[in-house]
Design a protein around this ligand. Structure first.
Ligand code: AMP
Ligand code: MG
Length: 307
């Protein structure tokens, strides 16, 4: 496969207002030109995503991010430490044209991240502008962590699908708002402790829906009912174990490694959903430390506990 030709074709499709399935280190995204409201509207349509849920603007690097968002000292420190990588910053918007109103859901803030995946970086360089790239699943479903899962979810809407292999993190980015107090809007691969070490204690996301609209809906959900913190599977349930809680079914990480469990989570939820004759899915307890906070956040939402 000629990677350069694929990237050029994808950049041309984006410039023409089309959508591209894009690998990132977190999950596969469905990308569009962030400044093109018609293209962004196609992303909402392909995902069936409520238009009040704003999208993340993806940039190649911090220089590109500074042109659209207002960076304070905390933002500079976090971007220097974790970009490119799985951290999204919510900041005051500086250039309202670069990220259209629809992508921001009309807010005067913008979510911005520089992805580390080499294919995402190559596309951002070739395209030369900002991309929105929410997870390439239908809204509410588990995020795709392989090209095949992305194509199965939203392939019909994409002009080009880029292959970057399985996503090595497998969970969406950590989202931190730096508008007044620093707030953790979504736990993710960059942990609370890593962020607090640089900018001090994080406040909880407040109940103000506008700050984090994505937290209001059921998310990441398989079709089968999901039972959490289970000691063992009941009759008819597919088992997702962790560490020594193995047994038949799946094991998110036989060694009890949270990074491995995060990378496997969505693919195993999808696979469990397809098991013959299954009536539910049960999941072993996952420690709530480090990356476990993000895994448990996704599991609670997938199970329909909106917290
Ligand atoms: P996704 O694109 O599915 O990874 O979700 C993006 C996340 O970032 C959602 O939880 C959004 O609610 C959140 N987000 C995006 N833009 C903003 C913003 N301007 N203010 C607060 N949260 C945002
Ligand atoms: Mg998503």
């Amino acid at each position: 496969m000629d990677d350069h030709a694929d990237i050029a074709e994808a950049a041309a499709a984006l410039k023409a207002g089309g959508l591209v399935i894009l690998p990132t280190e977190t999950v596969y995204g469905l990308a569009a030109d962030a400044g093109d409201a018609r293209a962004v509207a196609k992303v909402y349509e392909a995902k069936g995503r409520p238009a009040f849920n704003p999208l993340i603007a993806h940039v190649a690097d911090i220089a590109m991010a500074r042109r659209i968002a207002v960076f304070d000292d905390r933002a500079e420190r976090l971007a220097a430490a974790f970009w490119p990588g799985p951290l999204t910053l919510v900041l005051p918007i500086a250039d309202t044209a670069a990220v259209c109103d629809l992508a921001r859901a009309g807010l005067d803030t913008v979510a911005v991240r520089a992805p580390a995946h080499p294919v995402a970086q190559a596309l951002l360089q070739a395209f030369g502008g900002l991309l929105v790239a929410p997870s390439a699943n239908r809204s509410g479903r588990p995020s795709p962590t392989t090209l095949a899962d992305a194509v199965a979810e939203t392939g019909g809407s994409a002009a080009v699908a880029l292959d970057g292999g399985p996503c090595w993190i497998g969970l969406e980015s950590t989202v931190v708002a730096l508008l007044d107090e620093a707030r953790l809007l979504r736990p993710g691969a960059v942990t609370r402790a890593e962020i607090e070490a640089l900018i001090g204690p994080l406040s909880e996301a407040d109940a103000d829906a506008k700050r984090s609209p994505g937290r209001l809906t059921r998310h990441y959900a398989p079709n089968l009912p999901l039972r959490l913190n289970a000691e063992e599977p009941r009759a008819g349930e597919v088992w997702l174990g962790f560490g020594r809680k193995g047994g038949s079914g799946f094991n998110l990480s036989p060694d009890g490694d949270l990074a491995e469990a995060a990378a496997n989570l969505f693919a195993y939820l999808r696979a469990a959903d397809l098991a013959d004759g299954a009536t539910g899915i049960s999941v072993a307890p996952i420690p709530d430390t480090g990356l476990g906070e993000a895994i448990n956040d996704r599991l609670r939402r997938a199970a329909g506990y909106i917290g």
